[in-house]
Design a protein around this ligand. Structure first.
Ligand SMILES: NC(=O)C1=CN([C@@H]2O[C@H](COP(=O)(O)OP(=O)(O)OC[C@H]3O[C@@H](n4cnc5c(N)ncnc54)[C@H](O)[C@@H]3O)[C@@H](O)[C@H]2O)C=CC1
Ligand SMILES: CC(C)CC(=O)C(=O)O
Length: 365
């Protein structure tokens, strides 16, 4: 990859490589756009096939955060970190402390939180070195683990998409195929089970699948069978690029609504599912609950206020569907337009993000 060509093409502001030999830290922080405010996005720890794959993931995820935060109405820009390593084997306290110092060095241009492979305990270690971290332990006045709140937002967005596809937002009796039964999906399954949905699940982790069977009566399928199962709603809740040339011909669902980031392998896959009449709830709109929740920490965290805002994911999905119908475009494009228009309006009145006391996480103390 020609890095500067890529950065220029998609208008990235900054890409940082952070290395600490002692702890084994190899982190990549990507800051896409800070027009709306400091870049807020989680830290993913993953075993990447190559350094190039890690860079690409950081860049794609950071751009996704710009759009997510803009579409959610947050005054925040987009950034993301990936740490190269196995979250089950390669973590140590010094690694997250070293990473925290790198974040501190950015002086508020980037604020982090959890993502796949990182936990509240990891955020607490980062917090030893910097205040520019959210989703730390509630004992610090923080919001804690964002995953259950992300799940609540996905549940709301799924209902709004179901309303469009089936004429009612009730999920009772609907069959939902959930791919990945991790932190977000587990709580999502709980909401769906409580509403009387039939559940089909898959995961590479057998224990995770077993929990879903025991607690929610879910039926299990193999990981490669989930795309083609008979269902009303397909909920991708594992990793990205799952809507692609191989999977699209198998999909029987009328709605795609799940938490995974970057679900479309390429934009043209969004066009294809639109042509098939599938109601697609754009990933970064439906999964914004977590970031809406952690962003509330900037105002002194208030759980009730945060949950009220997350409930708004229902209305945002409705709005995206409305724009798509009005303009005769797929929902992924409608969401992009909505986000880009908001950023453009702000860009016209202010350019680069400038640190001020509003962005310092001192009010939660
Ligand atoms: N945690 C959060 O608050 C947010 C998460 N997301 C996105 O939602 C997705 C899930 O996040 P979490 O639940 O936090 O992650 P997680 O790591 O807890 O769960 C992911 C699950 O997917 C499973 N998995 C991995 N590869 C698979 C495959 N090929 N087939 C089936 N299952 C597979 C894993 O075993 C794991 O159980 C990710 O894409 C994440 O970026 C997006 C917004 C916020
Ligand atoms: C997990 C969130 C708090 C932020 C994030 O990185 C995301 O929404 O993908």
């Amino acid at each position: 990859m020609e890095i500067f060509t890529y950065l220029e093409k998609y208008d990235y502001e900054q890409l940082l490589f952070c290395q600490d030999k002692q702890s084994g830290l190899k982190a990549i922080i990507a800051i896409h756009d800070t027009t709306l405010g400091p870049a807020l996005g989680g830290t993913r720890m993953w075993t990447y096939e190559s350094e190039e794959a890690a860079i690409e993931d950081a860049l794609r995820l950071a751009k996704g955060m710009t759009y997510k935060n803009a579409a959610a109405g947050l005054n925040l820009g987009g950034g993301k970190t990936v740490i190269i390593g196995d979250p089950k084997k390669d973590k140590n306290d010094e690694m997250f402390r070293a990473f925290g110092r790198y974040i501190q060095g950015l002086n508020g241009r980037y604020i982090t939180a959890e993502d796949v492979g990182t936990t509240v305990a990891d955020m607490d270690l980062i917090h030893e070195e910097t205040d520019f971290v959210t989703g730390i332990s509630p004992a610090f006045g923080s919001s804690g683990n964002p995953s259950p709140v992300t799940a609540f937002g996905v549940y709301q967005g799924m209902k709004a998409a179901a309303k469009e596809a089936f004429g009612s937002d009730s999920l009772e009796g609907k069959t939902v195929a959930v791919q990945g039964v991790g932190n977000v999906a587990y709580t999502l399954l709980k909401y769906l089970h409580e509403e009387g949905a039939n559940l089909i699940v898959t995961d590479i982790n057998k224990d995770a699948v077993q929990r879903a069977v025991e607690n929610f009566g879910a039926r299990v399928v193999n990981t490669d069978e989930i795309y083609g199962v008979e269902c009303d709603i397909y909920a991708p809740c594992a990793l990205g690029a799952v809507i692609n040339d191989q999977t699209i011909p198998q999909i029987k669902a009328k709605v795609i609504a799940g938490s995974a980031n970057n679900q479309l392998k390429d934009p043209r896959h969004g066009d294809q599912i639109h042509e098939m009449g599938i109601v697609y709830a754009p990933d970064y709109v439906i999964n914004a609950g977590g970031v809406i929740n952690v962003a509330d920490e900037l105002y002194g965290y208030n759980r009730e206020r945060a949950m009220k805002k997350v409930e708004g994911v229902y209305n945002t999905i409705e709005k995206v569907i409305e724009i798509a119908k009005r303009d005769g475009i797929p929902t992924y494009l409608a969401a992009d337009r909505m986000a880009e228009e908001r950023i453009e309006r702000m860009r016209n009145s202010r350019s680069q993000f400038l640190q001020n006391e509003k962005h310092i996480l001192n009010r939660r103390k």
